[in-house]
Ligand binder design. Structure first.
Ligand code: FAD
Ligand code: A2P
Length: 403
């Protein structure tokens, strides 16, 4: 492609690259070269074929940075780097479909864009399957999570990849391509769903994953609507086939190091990644790796809250759960931010614990309220949220995904 048209540039992360030469050998158009220090990509030669991505053993190849139109980094600049430039966006998104890039960027926009994954996070696989070549999954279960009388129909849907390798980490998303076409006769666009199961699958050892899907029956203005993809998913029967793309997401990932703690804040289906992370930790409980889990979970009422039953069964010493119910008759309306304020001592301690990582997922509307609650907690303890937040982001400790 002509560099004048370039708005994203393919780059190799010299901080991760092990200089194994695989990318240079693989590249069919000879866009990759190296000197004694670094492997680099010739912007004017790279044709975005992505043949180099799967063979790279470290994922260092997997970076696709927005640049000022027509102003790619030169080879000289790339040769001089010890790491990728700090100003560059952290999302690694080679080959990410534009639809997905748009959705993920909107989901992380609230707190100033994506934050790099924790240093100890597992390296994720991304963009293995796209709309030109999706993977077909088979539904192996579809269970209602919310009570029969609840206003929301939220479902736990298990997809089986039939023995095909589809690696997923807690916090990643998959794309679902609903069948059929829209009112203009164009194929439906992809929708993203957080993975609700841990990396070894909903059923360990099987190539499967779980989703937590809310049937959309009214739009954001509360007008009746039949959401295309959520209704398609919620109506699936065991044995049905689904077209899946992804995995997506390289930032909203959990730390792996012993002693690391999680503070998770969610509403509704924002619980999906929190379930995945909690279940990962639960399966490793016997390893006694240390660290703590704290959860703030908002829903209208207990029977509207996905995974209420299983959460209630978790030992108190394993996870500190704080529910916030907003529509329980006879009880004051509570939001997650109210519970955060109530627990200010413990929250303040965790905000200052370098090993505690914070995750916020669910309703876009809660971002502002949670931000204000953290500001109040800081003020109460003589801190300054406006100073702390950039530090948390810098240390990859504050992750937001709202939709
Ligand atoms: P559409 O046909 O796309 O929309 C129909 C109408 O409903 C439109 O007017 C639209 O604006 C409105 N609308 C869309 N979503 C909602 C909503 N949630 N509430 C009210 N009105 C809405 N959804 C989940 O259920 N579980 C998840 O784990 C999950 N993870 C996501 C992760 C990311 C990163 C992102 C960006 C989104 C995630 N979503 C999740 C939302 C999901 O991608 C779809 O947007 C949602 O299922 C609605 O799609 P639809 O096709 O049913 O509705
Ligand atoms: P509410 O009863 O005011 O709608 P939903 O069921 O719509 O997915 O919402 C999940 C929970 O999030 C509900 O308890 C809802 O309360 C709550 N909620 C709505 N707006 C906000 C907000 N701005 N901040 C925090 N929680 C919110």
């Amino acid at each position: 492609m002509s560099t004048a048209e370039l708005v994203k540039q393919h780059l190799i992360d010299p901080g991760i690259c092990i200089r194994c030469n695989t990318c240079e050998e693989t590249c069919p158009v000879k866009a990759i070269t190296h000197d004694s220090r670094n492997y680099v990509v010739k912007a004017e030669v790279c044709n975005d074929c992505r043949a180099c991505v799967p063979p790279c053993p470290t994922g260092a190849i997997d970076n696709w940075f927005p640049i000022a139109p027509g102003k790619p980094y030169t080879l000289e600049e790339q040769y001089a780097w010890d790491e990728l430039p700090a100003a560059a966006p952290v999302a690694t998104a080679v080959g990410e479909p534009d639809d997905v890039a748009r959705l993920t960027s909107a989901a992380t926009a609230g707190q100033g864009g994506p934050v790099a994954a924790p240093w100890s996070a597992e390296k994720p696989a991304v963009n293995l399957y796209n709309e030109r070549g999706p993977i077909t999954a088979t539904v192996s279960g579809n269970f209602r999570l919310t009570g029969e009388g609840a206003s929301a129909d939220i479902r736990h849907i298990v997809l089986d990849f039939g023995g095909v390798h589809f690696p997923l980490l807690e916090g990643q998303n998959i794309g679902i391509v609903p069948p059929g076409t829209d009112a203009q006769g164009r194929p439906h666009h992809v929708r993203l769903y957080s993975v609700a199961s841990p990396r070894d699958g909903e059923r360990p050892g099987y190539h499967n994953c779980a989703l937590t899907v809310k049937r959309v029956t009214e739009d954001h203005e509360k007008k009746p609507v039949k959401g295309v993809c959520s209704n398609y998913l919620c109506d699936l029967k065991k044995g049905d086939k689904v077209q899946v793309i992804g995995p997506f997401g390289a930032n909203f990932l959990m730390p792996n190091h012993p002693g690391s703690s999680l503070m998770m804040i969610c509403t509704g289906t924002g619980s999906a990644p929190m379930r995945a992370m909690t279940e990962r930790r639960r399966r490793r409980i016997d390893l006694k790796e240390g660290g703590s889990l704290m959860l703030f979970f908002g829903a209208r009422a207990p029977d509207e809250l996905p995974y209420f039953g299983p959460l209630m069964k978790l030992p108190k010493e394993f996870i500190d759960i704080n529910f916030a119910f907003s529509r329980v008759p006879g009880q004051p309306k509570q939001y997650v931010q109210d519970r955060i304020r109530e627990r200010h001592d413990d929250v303040w301690r965790r905000l200052n614990d370098a090993d505690c990582y914070i995750y916020l997922c669910g309703l876009k509307g809660m971002e502002k309220g949670v931000d204000e609650a953290f500001r109040d907690v800081c003020r109460r303890h003589g801190g300054d949220w406006d100073k702390l937040l950039p530090q948390l982001r810098e240390k990859s400790r504050y992750h937001v995904e709202t939709y």
